[in-house]
Design a protein around this ligand. Structure first.
Ligand SMILES: Cc1ncc(COP(=O)(O)O)c(C=O)c1O
Length: 389
């Protein structure tokens, strides 16, 4: 079975506290370097207070869809704050980042003939292609290999066909970045082509304003998810609010016209209960904090640099990347399992990710860095890892 540490879910530890630098796993406090709470807001007191106030005022949720009476103030507030944070005209808030890609695909289903997908793309992107109206299954290109993508585009008789390329912005297992600039240069040669970027692990972390992989690549927010100009290269984009942002749910931001189309095309908007009101209230507060407290992102960036430096000193093949996921491989799956278990015995939790989003069958050891880790915690991880290795 695929899972983030390659074990059956029955062997997975149970998290008995909020995720944070110290997290209770199976009744024991651990130094926690797993998961995706990069900005450390999942247990922020203001976020939790907003959830409680939201529950008291609005109940669990509207018990109807967004197309009916399901537009509660917290849900609309999440959309307003997402648009503000990403500097887009509007946003649509959905129950998960996973499902956001389905809604995105449904919005463009009649405008795509042929799709190409990174072989290590997240499962939600492969599933999203089922919502497109494609005559043949999507074609995989080698992981992060713009050259291979270029060859495939040339060889597949793409003339006159409207192409879509799907990729993660930051890959969930390895933390590596997709070469978005290279993909864009290639796709510019194809009229009506589109690039879909799922930036679940980039948003809140990368770029001057934390807008993610597109900002890091120099792409202006006004260019994403627009309905106009289908002969131009189109940028499609989805995010999650459940990882760095510290709330819950997914979102698609873009132009009014595009989001209008997404709302009418997607059953997730028309046929599902709106995101839960307490969750929406907490997510709106988390977005406010991310937007107004850039020091969180600065602290995260410092921790990422420090962690990568310390782990590189151990002779591990650590790349110099701005992402909060620091991963490396050892000789075998058994060796990586041994290291993960030894760290856990020493009270430090990291993931051994296998068969998932870029990690092969042997997997990789994945360390998640948070803004709320202290230098001492990172040094303790490096020292314990040195001993265990
Ligand atoms: C790249 C990517 N997209 C989407 C998701 C799913 O997001 P959500 O948890 O908000 O459904 C994940 C979850 O790990 C992910 O890694």
């Amino acid at each position: 079975m695929s899972s983030t540490d390659g074990q059956s879910s029955f062997e997975m530890p149970v998290m008995e506290s909020a995720p944070g630098p110290i997290t209770v796993l199976d009744g024991r406090e651990c130094l926690y370097f797993a998961g995706t709470g990069y900005l450390g807001l999942q247990a922020n007191p203001d976020v939790l207070a907003a959830a409680v106030a939201g529950a008291q005022r609005y109940g669990m949720h509207s018990a109807t869809t967004r197309a009916g009476f399901g537009n509660s103030p917290p849900v609309l507030e999440v959309e307003r704050r997402t648009a503000e944070f990403l500097d887009c005209r509007q946003a649509c808030y959905l129950v998960s980042g996973y499902a956001s890609n389905f809604a995105l695909a449904a919005a463009v289903r009649e405008e795509i003939d042929l799709a190409f997908i990174d072989e290590a793309a997240h499962d939600c992107l492969s599933e999203a292609t089922r919502w497109l109206d494609l005559a043949r299954p999507p074609i995989s290109f080698r992981h992060r290999d713009a050259g291979h993508l270029g060859e495939l585009l040339k060889n597949y008789g793409t003339r006159g066909q409207r192409l879509l390329v799907l990729t993660d912005g930051v890959f969930a297992a390895s933390g590596r970045l997709a070469p978005l600039g290279d993909y864009l240069s290639i796709l510019k040669q194809y009229s009506g082509a589109a690039l879909l970027v799922d930036d679940a692990h980039g948003v809140g972390v990368l770029g001057e304003h934390g807008r993610g992989s597109l900002e890091l690549t120099g792409i202006a927010p006004a260019a994403i998810n627009t309905a106009e100009g289908t002969q131009e290269l189109r940028l499609l984009h989805s995010i999650t609010l459940s990882k760095a942002i510290g709330g819950h749910g997914g979102a698609v931001a873009g132009s009014r016209a595009f989001l209008e189309r997404l709302r009418s095309a997607s059953g997730w908007f028309r046929g599902a209960s709106a995101p839960a009101a307490p969750v929406a209230a907490a997510t709106a507060k988390a977005l406010e904090l991310v937007h107004t407290r850039p020091e969180l992102r600065r602290r995260l960036a410092e921790n990422i640099t420090h962690a990568r430096q310390r782990l590189r000193e151990l002779g591990l093949g650590i790349e110099d990347l701005p992402s909060a996921i620091v991963s490396f491989e050892l000789a075998s799956a058994a060796e990586m399992q041994r290291v993960q278990r030894s760290l856990l015995s020493a009270g430090i939790a990291i993931a051994h990710t296998r068969d998932y989003a870029g990690a092969g069958p042997d997997g990789m050891l994945r360390i998640a860095i948070f803004a709320t880790h202290t230098r001492d915690m990172i040094d303790q991880l490096a020292a314990t890892l040195a001993r265990v290795l």
